[in-house]
Design a protein around this ligand. Structure first.
Ligand SMILES: Nc1ncnc2c1ncn2[C@@H]1O[C@H](COP(=O)(O)OP(=O)(O)O)[C@@H](O)[C@H]1O
Ligand SMILES: [Mg+2]
Length: 402
Protein backbone atom coordinates (compact mmCIF):
# COMPACT_ATOMS: atom_id res chain seq x y z
CA UNK A 1 0.00 0.00 0.00
CA UNK A 2 1.28 3.44 -0.89
CA UNK A 3 1.58 5.78 2.06
CA UNK A 4 -0.26 9.07 1.90
CA UNK A 5 1.56 12.28 2.67
CA UNK A 6 -0.19 15.63 3.03
CA UNK A 7 1.76 18.85 2.41
CA UNK A 8 0.58 22.24 3.69
CA UNK A 9 2.45 25.20 2.24
CA UNK A 10 1.22 28.54 0.90
CA UNK A 11 4.13 28.73 -1.53
CA UNK A 12 3.32 26.94 -4.75
CA UNK A 13 6.92 26.40 -5.83
CA UNK A 14 7.87 24.94 -2.52
CA UNK A 15 4.74 22.72 -2.54
CA UNK A 16 5.63 21.36 -5.97
CA UNK A 17 9.25 20.81 -5.02
CA UNK A 18 8.46 18.82 -1.90
CA UNK A 19 5.60 17.01 -3.61
CA UNK A 20 7.85 16.10 -6.52
CA UNK A 21 10.50 14.53 -4.31
CA UNK A 22 7.86 12.46 -2.49
CA UNK A 23 6.00 11.37 -5.64
CA UNK A 24 9.22 10.15 -7.17
CA UNK A 25 9.63 7.89 -4.14
CA UNK A 26 6.19 6.43 -4.78
CA UNK A 27 4.23 8.21 -2.05
CA UNK A 28 0.70 9.38 -2.68
CA UNK A 29 0.86 13.16 -2.30
CA UNK A 30 -1.90 15.55 -1.29
CA UNK A 31 -1.48 19.28 -0.77
CA UNK A 32 -3.24 22.36 0.59
CA UNK A 33 -2.25 26.01 0.30
CA UNK A 34 -3.66 27.14 3.65
CA UNK A 35 -4.37 25.88 7.14
CA UNK A 36 -8.12 26.23 6.63
CA UNK A 37 -8.01 24.12 3.51
CA UNK A 38 -5.82 21.58 5.30
CA UNK A 39 -8.15 21.30 8.32
CA UNK A 40 -11.04 20.53 6.01
CA UNK A 41 -9.20 17.96 3.92
CA UNK A 42 -6.94 16.08 6.35
CA UNK A 43 -9.63 14.28 8.38
CA UNK A 44 -11.15 12.94 5.16
CA UNK A 45 -7.94 11.80 3.60
CA UNK A 46 -6.37 10.55 6.82
CA UNK A 47 -2.81 10.69 5.54
CA UNK A 48 0.02 8.71 7.10
CA UNK A 49 2.12 11.84 7.50
CA UNK A 50 1.59 15.61 7.39
CA UNK A 51 4.33 18.04 6.40
CA UNK A 52 3.71 21.65 7.43
CA UNK A 53 5.39 24.87 6.44
CA UNK A 54 5.74 27.33 9.30
CA UNK A 55 5.29 30.66 7.61
CA UNK A 56 1.80 30.89 6.27
CA UNK A 57 -0.63 33.79 6.34
CA UNK A 58 -3.78 33.45 8.47
CA UNK A 59 -2.66 30.50 10.60
CA UNK A 60 0.96 29.41 10.83
CA UNK A 61 2.32 25.88 10.94
CA UNK A 62 2.62 25.76 14.71
CA UNK A 63 -1.00 26.76 15.21
CA UNK A 64 -2.15 24.28 12.60
CA UNK A 65 -0.11 21.56 14.26
CA UNK A 66 -1.75 22.31 17.58
CA UNK A 67 -5.20 22.25 16.00
CA UNK A 68 -4.52 18.83 14.52
CA UNK A 69 -3.30 17.54 17.87
CA UNK A 70 -6.49 18.80 19.53
CA UNK A 71 -8.82 16.82 17.29
CA UNK A 72 -9.36 13.23 18.35
CA UNK A 73 -9.21 11.90 14.78
CA UNK A 74 -5.94 13.60 13.90
CA UNK A 75 -4.29 13.71 17.34
CA UNK A 76 -1.88 10.90 16.50
CA UNK A 77 -0.94 11.85 12.96
CA UNK A 78 2.80 12.07 12.46
CA UNK A 79 3.66 15.70 11.70
CA UNK A 80 6.89 17.19 10.38
CA UNK A 81 7.36 20.95 10.42
CA UNK A 82 9.36 22.43 7.60
CA UNK A 83 10.93 25.82 8.03
CA UNK A 84 13.70 28.11 6.96
CA UNK A 85 14.04 29.41 10.50
CA UNK A 86 16.77 27.17 11.73
CA UNK A 87 17.08 28.33 15.26
CA UNK A 88 16.84 26.44 18.48
CA UNK A 89 13.93 28.57 19.62
CA UNK A 90 11.96 27.79 16.47
CA UNK A 91 12.73 24.13 16.79
CA UNK A 92 11.46 24.09 20.36
CA UNK A 93 8.31 25.85 19.24
CA UNK A 94 7.70 23.08 16.72
CA UNK A 95 8.02 20.38 19.37
CA UNK A 96 5.88 22.34 21.79
CA UNK A 97 3.19 22.46 19.15
CA UNK A 98 3.32 18.68 19.06
CA UNK A 99 5.36 18.06 15.92
CA UNK A 100 7.26 14.78 15.66
CA UNK A 101 10.15 16.27 13.73
CA UNK A 102 11.51 19.46 12.28
CA UNK A 103 13.37 19.85 8.99
CA UNK A 104 15.25 23.07 8.27
CA UNK A 105 15.11 24.53 4.76
CA UNK A 106 17.01 24.31 2.51
CA UNK A 107 17.43 20.57 2.76
CA UNK A 108 19.08 17.77 0.82
CA UNK A 109 16.47 15.48 -0.73
CA UNK A 110 18.21 12.43 0.79
CA UNK A 111 18.07 13.78 4.31
CA UNK A 112 14.50 14.91 3.79
CA UNK A 113 13.41 11.48 2.60
CA UNK A 114 15.24 9.74 5.42
CA UNK A 115 13.36 11.84 7.97
CA UNK A 116 10.07 11.16 6.24
CA UNK A 117 10.72 7.44 6.40
CA UNK A 118 11.60 7.62 10.09
CA UNK A 119 8.43 9.58 10.85
CA UNK A 120 6.30 7.05 8.95
CA UNK A 121 7.91 4.10 10.67
CA UNK A 122 7.51 5.67 14.07
CA UNK A 123 3.84 6.29 13.44
CA UNK A 124 3.21 2.61 12.80
CA UNK A 125 4.97 1.90 16.04
CA UNK A 126 2.94 4.28 18.16
CA UNK A 127 -0.48 3.17 17.11
CA UNK A 128 -2.03 0.36 19.16
CA UNK A 129 -2.40 -1.81 16.07
CA UNK A 130 -0.34 -1.58 12.92
CA UNK A 131 -3.12 -1.57 10.38
CA UNK A 132 -6.34 0.33 10.09
CA UNK A 133 -9.13 -2.21 10.06
CA UNK A 134 -12.85 -1.83 9.71
CA UNK A 135 -14.57 -3.97 12.28
CA UNK A 136 -17.66 -5.93 11.54
CA UNK A 137 -20.09 -4.57 14.13
CA UNK A 138 -22.69 -7.05 15.37
CA UNK A 139 -25.45 -5.69 17.63
CA UNK A 140 -27.45 -8.26 19.59
CA UNK A 141 -30.89 -7.02 20.54
CA UNK A 142 -34.30 -7.90 21.85
CA UNK A 143 -37.08 -5.71 23.21
CA UNK A 144 -37.92 -8.50 25.63
CA UNK A 145 -35.62 -9.23 28.55
CA UNK A 146 -34.54 -12.77 29.26
CA UNK A 147 -34.31 -13.75 25.59
CA UNK A 148 -30.64 -14.66 25.88
CA UNK A 149 -29.10 -11.49 24.42
CA UNK A 150 -26.29 -11.25 26.95
CA UNK A 151 -25.50 -14.97 26.89
CA UNK A 152 -25.32 -14.93 23.09
CA UNK A 153 -23.20 -11.77 23.00
CA UNK A 154 -20.61 -13.04 25.46
CA UNK A 155 -20.20 -16.40 23.79
CA UNK A 156 -20.10 -14.89 20.30
CA UNK A 157 -17.41 -12.35 21.21
CA UNK A 158 -15.19 -14.99 22.80
CA UNK A 159 -15.91 -17.41 19.97
CA UNK A 160 -14.83 -14.87 17.33
CA UNK A 161 -11.68 -14.07 19.24
CA UNK A 162 -10.73 -17.74 19.46
CA UNK A 163 -11.64 -18.51 15.86
CA UNK A 164 -9.64 -15.78 14.19
CA UNK A 165 -7.09 -14.71 16.81
CA UNK A 166 -7.90 -11.14 15.82
CA UNK A 167 -8.87 -8.20 18.04
CA UNK A 168 -12.48 -8.39 19.24
CA UNK A 169 -14.32 -6.12 21.66
CA UNK A 170 -17.51 -6.98 23.52
CA UNK A 171 -19.29 -3.69 24.11
CA UNK A 172 -21.84 -3.82 26.93
CA UNK A 173 -24.37 -1.08 26.36
CA UNK A 174 -26.93 -2.57 28.73
CA UNK A 175 -25.93 0.37 30.89
CA UNK A 176 -28.36 -0.08 33.75
CA UNK A 177 -27.82 -3.75 34.43
CA UNK A 178 -25.16 -5.03 32.06
CA UNK A 179 -23.42 -8.13 33.35
CA UNK A 180 -20.94 -8.99 30.61
CA UNK A 181 -17.93 -8.51 32.87
CA UNK A 182 -19.57 -10.67 35.50
CA UNK A 183 -20.45 -13.40 33.02
CA UNK A 184 -16.79 -13.49 32.00
CA UNK A 185 -15.47 -13.33 35.53
CA UNK A 186 -13.65 -10.04 34.93
CA UNK A 187 -13.08 -7.66 37.85
CA UNK A 188 -14.94 -4.45 37.05
CA UNK A 189 -11.93 -2.12 37.15
CA UNK A 190 -13.14 0.07 34.31
CA UNK A 191 -16.38 0.74 32.51
CA UNK A 192 -18.39 3.16 30.39
CA UNK A 193 -18.68 5.31 33.55
CA UNK A 194 -15.23 6.77 32.91
CA UNK A 195 -16.00 7.58 29.28
CA UNK A 196 -19.33 9.16 30.16
CA UNK A 197 -17.46 12.05 31.80
CA UNK A 198 -15.50 12.96 28.68
CA UNK A 199 -16.82 15.05 25.79
CA UNK A 200 -17.35 13.01 22.64
CA UNK A 201 -14.79 15.04 20.68
CA UNK A 202 -12.20 14.50 23.37
CA UNK A 203 -12.46 10.75 23.51
CA UNK A 204 -9.51 9.26 21.64
CA UNK A 205 -8.39 5.68 21.13
CA UNK A 206 -5.87 5.89 23.97
CA UNK A 207 -8.61 6.73 26.48
CA UNK A 208 -10.82 3.96 25.14
CA UNK A 209 -8.05 1.39 25.36
CA UNK A 210 -7.42 2.30 28.96
CA UNK A 211 -10.93 1.32 29.99
CA UNK A 212 -11.09 -2.04 28.24
CA UNK A 213 -11.05 -5.17 30.38
CA UNK A 214 -8.94 -8.02 29.06
CA UNK A 215 -10.36 -11.52 28.94
CA UNK A 216 -7.83 -14.38 28.80
CA UNK A 217 -9.33 -15.50 25.47
CA UNK A 218 -7.90 -12.34 23.92
CA UNK A 219 -11.23 -10.54 23.61
CA UNK A 220 -11.58 -7.15 25.28
CA UNK A 221 -14.65 -5.91 27.11
CA UNK A 222 -16.04 -2.43 27.46
CA UNK A 223 -18.18 -3.04 30.52
CA UNK A 224 -21.38 -1.46 31.80
CA UNK A 225 -20.91 0.61 34.98
CA UNK A 226 -21.24 -0.89 38.41
CA UNK A 227 -24.12 1.40 39.32
CA UNK A 228 -26.85 2.40 36.88
CA UNK A 229 -26.60 6.15 37.50
CA UNK A 230 -22.91 6.16 36.62
CA UNK A 231 -23.67 6.16 32.95
CA UNK A 232 -26.54 8.62 33.03
CA UNK A 233 -24.38 11.22 31.32
CA UNK A 234 -23.52 8.94 28.46
CA UNK A 235 -25.05 10.18 25.20
CA UNK A 236 -25.33 9.01 21.61
CA UNK A 237 -22.37 11.12 20.43
CA UNK A 238 -20.05 9.50 22.93
CA UNK A 239 -21.24 6.05 21.95
CA UNK A 240 -20.75 6.86 18.25
CA UNK A 241 -17.27 8.19 18.88
CA UNK A 242 -16.22 5.15 20.92
CA UNK A 243 -17.64 2.67 18.41
CA UNK A 244 -15.92 4.50 15.56
CA UNK A 245 -12.57 4.40 17.33
CA UNK A 246 -12.95 0.75 18.27
CA UNK A 247 -14.02 -0.11 14.76
CA UNK A 248 -10.79 1.29 13.35
CA UNK A 249 -8.64 -1.03 15.41
CA UNK A 250 -10.60 -4.24 15.76
CA UNK A 251 -11.95 -6.92 13.49
CA UNK A 252 -15.19 -7.47 15.39
CA UNK A 253 -17.36 -5.50 17.80
CA UNK A 254 -20.14 -7.47 19.45
CA UNK A 255 -22.64 -5.29 21.29
CA UNK A 256 -24.88 -6.35 24.17
CA UNK A 257 -27.92 -4.06 24.11
CA UNK A 258 -30.64 -3.34 26.65
CA UNK A 259 -34.28 -4.05 25.93
CA UNK A 260 -35.24 -0.54 24.92
CA UNK A 261 -34.71 2.11 22.28
CA UNK A 262 -32.65 4.52 24.38
CA UNK A 263 -30.60 6.98 22.33
CA UNK A 264 -27.41 5.10 23.17
CA UNK A 265 -29.05 1.88 21.96
CA UNK A 266 -30.11 3.54 18.70
CA UNK A 267 -26.62 4.93 18.18
CA UNK A 268 -25.24 1.39 18.36
CA UNK A 269 -27.99 -0.05 16.15
CA UNK A 270 -27.29 2.64 13.55
CA UNK A 271 -23.62 1.88 13.52
CA UNK A 272 -24.06 -1.89 13.36
CA UNK A 273 -23.41 -3.82 10.18
CA UNK A 274 -25.60 -6.61 11.45
CA UNK A 275 -28.41 -6.71 14.01
CA UNK A 276 -29.18 -10.09 15.54
CA UNK A 277 -32.76 -9.79 16.72
CA UNK A 278 -33.21 -12.47 19.34
CA UNK A 279 -36.57 -13.99 20.23
CA UNK A 280 -37.83 -17.06 21.98
CA UNK A 281 -40.76 -19.16 20.72
CA UNK A 282 -43.51 -17.59 22.82
CA UNK A 283 -46.14 -15.01 22.02
CA UNK A 284 -44.80 -12.01 23.95
CA UNK A 285 -41.35 -12.47 22.50
CA UNK A 286 -42.69 -12.72 18.95
CA UNK A 287 -44.73 -9.60 19.56
CA UNK A 288 -41.64 -7.75 20.75
CA UNK A 289 -39.72 -8.89 17.69
CA UNK A 290 -42.54 -7.66 15.49
CA UNK A 291 -42.44 -4.22 17.12
CA UNK A 292 -38.66 -4.06 16.75
CA UNK A 293 -38.83 -5.03 13.07
CA UNK A 294 -41.42 -2.34 12.53
CA UNK A 295 -39.18 0.29 14.14
CA UNK A 296 -36.16 -0.86 12.12
CA UNK A 297 -38.09 -0.59 8.90
CA UNK A 298 -39.36 2.90 9.84
CA UNK A 299 -35.81 4.05 10.63
CA UNK A 300 -34.89 2.78 7.19
CA UNK A 301 -32.56 -0.12 7.97
CA UNK A 302 -32.31 -2.44 4.96
CA UNK A 303 -34.02 -5.78 5.75
CA UNK A 304 -30.77 -7.70 5.24
CA UNK A 305 -29.16 -5.76 8.09
CA UNK A 306 -31.50 -7.51 10.55
CA UNK A 307 -31.31 -11.27 11.15
CA UNK A 308 -33.62 -13.32 13.34
CA UNK A 309 -32.19 -15.69 15.94
CA UNK A 310 -34.68 -18.01 17.61
CA UNK A 311 -33.45 -18.96 21.07
CA UNK A 312 -35.14 -21.75 23.02
CA UNK A 313 -34.82 -20.29 26.51
CA UNK A 314 -37.32 -22.80 27.88
CA UNK A 315 -38.17 -26.46 27.60
CA UNK A 316 -41.33 -27.92 26.23
CA UNK A 317 -43.91 -26.59 23.86
CA UNK A 318 -43.19 -23.42 21.95
CA UNK A 319 -44.50 -21.77 18.81
CA UNK A 320 -43.32 -23.59 15.70
CA UNK A 321 -40.65 -21.88 13.65
CA UNK A 322 -42.82 -21.70 10.52
CA UNK A 323 -45.61 -19.96 12.42
CA UNK A 324 -43.22 -17.33 13.73
CA UNK A 325 -41.75 -16.76 10.29
CA UNK A 326 -45.23 -16.34 8.86
CA UNK A 327 -46.22 -13.78 11.48
CA UNK A 328 -43.01 -11.81 11.19
CA UNK A 329 -42.76 -12.27 7.42
CA UNK A 330 -39.10 -12.90 7.81
CA UNK A 331 -36.88 -15.94 7.74
CA UNK A 332 -35.33 -17.19 10.98
CA UNK A 333 -31.64 -17.44 10.29
CA UNK A 334 -30.50 -19.63 13.18
CA UNK A 335 -32.19 -21.63 15.94
CA UNK A 336 -30.43 -22.14 19.27
CA UNK A 337 -31.77 -25.14 21.21
CA UNK A 338 -32.66 -25.16 24.88
CA UNK A 339 -29.49 -25.65 26.88
CA UNK A 340 -30.96 -26.61 30.24
CA UNK A 341 -29.19 -25.36 33.32
CA UNK A 342 -25.82 -25.74 31.68
CA UNK A 343 -25.77 -22.23 30.27
CA UNK A 344 -27.01 -20.39 33.32
CA UNK A 345 -24.63 -22.35 35.56
CA UNK A 346 -21.65 -21.67 33.32
CA UNK A 347 -22.38 -17.99 33.13
CA UNK A 348 -23.06 -17.64 36.84
CA UNK A 349 -19.56 -18.99 37.42
CA UNK A 350 -18.12 -16.62 34.83
CA UNK A 351 -17.27 -19.54 32.57
CA UNK A 352 -18.77 -19.12 29.11
CA UNK A 353 -19.07 -22.59 27.49
CA UNK A 354 -17.37 -21.41 24.30
CA UNK A 355 -14.26 -20.67 26.34
CA UNK A 356 -14.31 -23.17 29.19
CA UNK A 357 -15.79 -26.14 27.39
CA UNK A 358 -15.38 -25.71 23.63
CA UNK A 359 -15.47 -29.49 23.19
CA UNK A 360 -18.90 -29.74 24.81
CA UNK A 361 -22.07 -29.67 22.74
CA UNK A 362 -22.99 -26.23 24.06
CA UNK A 363 -19.49 -24.81 23.60
CA UNK A 364 -19.42 -26.14 20.05
CA UNK A 365 -22.84 -24.70 19.37
CA UNK A 366 -21.65 -21.19 20.20
CA UNK A 367 -18.41 -21.70 18.29
CA UNK A 368 -20.43 -22.59 15.20
CA UNK A 369 -22.70 -19.64 15.89
CA UNK A 370 -19.73 -17.24 16.01
CA UNK A 371 -18.37 -18.75 12.81
CA UNK A 372 -21.69 -18.22 11.08
CA UNK A 373 -21.56 -14.44 11.67
CA UNK A 374 -17.89 -14.07 10.78
CA UNK A 375 -16.60 -11.83 8.01
CA UNK A 376 -16.85 -13.57 4.61
CA UNK A 377 -13.15 -12.91 4.01
CA UNK A 378 -12.28 -14.79 7.19
CA UNK A 379 -14.49 -17.74 6.31
CA UNK A 380 -13.21 -17.95 2.75
CA UNK A 381 -9.59 -17.27 3.47
CA UNK A 382 -8.89 -18.08 7.12
CA UNK A 383 -5.74 -16.56 8.59
CA UNK A 384 -3.02 -19.17 9.10
CA UNK A 385 -2.16 -21.12 11.14
CA UNK A 386 -5.75 -22.26 11.68
CA UNK A 387 -6.92 -21.86 15.25
CA UNK A 388 -8.03 -24.85 17.28
CA UNK A 389 -11.50 -23.34 17.28
CA UNK A 390 -11.59 -23.17 13.49
CA UNK A 391 -10.40 -26.76 13.17
CA UNK A 392 -13.22 -27.86 15.48
CA UNK A 393 -15.78 -25.89 13.44
CA UNK A 394 -14.55 -27.47 10.20
CA UNK A 395 -14.67 -30.95 11.72
CA UNK A 396 -18.26 -30.47 12.82
CA UNK A 397 -19.21 -29.11 9.41
CA UNK A 398 -17.76 -32.19 7.72
CA UNK A 399 -19.54 -34.50 10.16
CA UNK A 400 -22.86 -32.79 9.43
CA UNK A 401 -22.42 -33.18 5.67
CA UNK A 402 -22.00 -36.95 6.03
N1 LIG B 1 -30.75 -21.47 24.83
C1 LIG B 1 -30.88 -21.35 26.15
N2 LIG B 1 -31.12 -22.43 26.90
C2 LIG B 1 -31.27 -22.34 28.23
N3 LIG B 1 -31.20 -21.20 28.92
C3 LIG B 1 -30.96 -20.07 28.24
C4 LIG B 1 -30.79 -20.08 26.83
N4 LIG B 1 -30.55 -18.81 26.42
C5 LIG B 1 -30.58 -18.05 27.53
N5 LIG B 1 -30.83 -18.79 28.62
C6 LIG B 1 -30.95 -18.31 30.00
O1 LIG B 1 -31.92 -17.28 30.00
C7 LIG B 1 -31.61 -16.28 30.97
C8 LIG B 1 -31.62 -14.93 30.34
O2 LIG B 1 -30.49 -14.81 29.46
P1 LIG B 1 -29.73 -13.46 29.22
O3 LIG B 1 -28.62 -13.79 28.30
O4 LIG B 1 -29.41 -12.77 30.47
O5 LIG B 1 -30.87 -12.67 28.42
P2 LIG B 1 -31.08 -11.10 28.13
O6 LIG B 1 -29.74 -10.47 28.03
O7 LIG B 1 -31.82 -11.11 26.82
O8 LIG B 1 -31.91 -10.57 29.23
C9 LIG B 1 -30.28 -16.68 31.55
O9 LIG B 1 -30.48 -17.31 32.77
C10 LIG B 1 -29.70 -17.64 30.53
O10 LIG B 1 -28.81 -18.55 31.10
MG1 LIG C 1 -28.90 -8.85 29.15
Amino acid sequence: MREKIFIVDDNEVSRKLVGGILKKEGYEVYAAASATEALAAIPNIMPDLVILDVMMPEMDGYQLCRRLRDRSDTARLPIIILTSLNQLEERLKAFEAGADDFIPKPFQPQEFLARVQVALRRSGFYLPTPTKTEASTIAVFSLRGGSGVSSITANTAIGLSQLWKKPVVLVDLALENGISALMLDLPLRHSWAELSKIHAEEIDSEVVYQVLLKHPSGANVLAAPRRPYEAELLNADQVKQVLTLLSQQNEYLVIDLPHNFAETTLAALDQADLILLVLSPELASVQCASIALDVFSKIGYPPEKVKLVLNWTFKGKGLPREEIEKVLQKRIEIVLPFAGDELINALTLGKPPVYEAPESALGGLFEDFAFYWSKPEHKKNPPKPYSEALIRVQKRMKARKK
